[in-house]
Design a protein around this ligand. Sequence first.
Ligand SMILES: NC(=O)c1ccc[n+]([C@@H]2O[C@H](COP(=O)([O-])OP(=O)(O)OC[C@H]3O[C@@H](n4cnc5c(N)ncnc54)[C@H](OP(=O)(O)O)[C@@H]3O)[C@@H](O)[C@H]2O)c1
Length: 283
Amino acid sequence: MAAIIDGRVLAKKIRDEVAAEVRGLKEKGMKAPKLAVILVGDDPASQGYVRNKEKAAAEVGMSSEVRRIPSSIKEKELIEIIRQMNADKETNGILVQLPLPKGISESRATAEVSPEKDVDGLTPENMGLLIRGDETRLLPCTPQGIIEMILSTGIEIKGKEAVVVGRSNIVGKPVALLLLQRHATVTICHSRTRDLGEVTRRADILVAAVGNPGLIHGDMVKPGAVVIDVGTNRVEGKWVGDVDYETAKDRAAAISPVPGGVGPMTIAMLLRNTLIAARLQDK
Ligand SMILES: NC(=O)c1ccc[n+]([C@@H]2O[C@H](COP(=O)([O-])OP(=O)(O)OC[C@H]3O[C@@H](n4cnc5c(N)ncnc54)[C@H](OP(=O)(O)O)[C@@H]3O)[C@@H](O)[C@H]2O)c1
């Protein structure tokens, strides 16, 4: 029976650390870092995620602003808003909530964020630094959270077989790079991978970031593996992951649940990134 990797407990520790640093800044007479979130349209899931981010920022003593924009906005106008936020000295972190409505390029919009304020780590500059193995700037939140969760199990990443299922810019690719940087032997799987189970069964560390409920069944998990389930899928009114928890927990040494796994860690890392962004701008 696997140990549960409790994202809520780990995230609380990180949020407490961030809150202590924010208090320290205020005691020195400095301003609390400010996070700005741009929410385009009225996607209910995105609205929920943004509310959680706003609440989490307030809880660590940061200020935040949510710019709610109708889905009818033109790409050019959105880019103008991002540029204004880039220029605003009060704003330290900028996050463009994805997905964006049809007709607006996510790639072009996220590339407009100033790299020093890019708390999602999605600008070409920050992604380029990650590929170069430079982790001194802003890294994507969910992948950072995943690494913390893996490390919390006590497993040494160096030399291990790591398999990442999913190759998105926001999760799959960056988490694979962070694992590679920590000397794992990394394989990335995607929708065209032949015999997924044959690959995942090799994994000492298995990260599932697909968006397909229960895709990874227990018999696709190597006995003793550390399994991180990034999937956030709504099925019959309940949140479930990409890993079939009931069958996987009997094979894995450690497994993250959904909910209460990667989700809280992503928000904690966003707060940490906002603090890092404020420091980068203070230099
Ligand atoms: N908890 C959190 O904080 C958090 C954060 C981010 C994302 N998520 C969740 O994580 C999941 C993935 O998110 P994402 O943004 O990375 O998704 P995405 O951009 O849709 O990427 C999904 C990836 O899964 C691959 N894939 C799809 N079907 C597959 C299959 N049958 N076998 C193997 N690979 C398959 C796709 O392959 P192709 O590239 O070939 O299409 C793609 O690379 C979603 O459920 C999302 O809600 C959670």
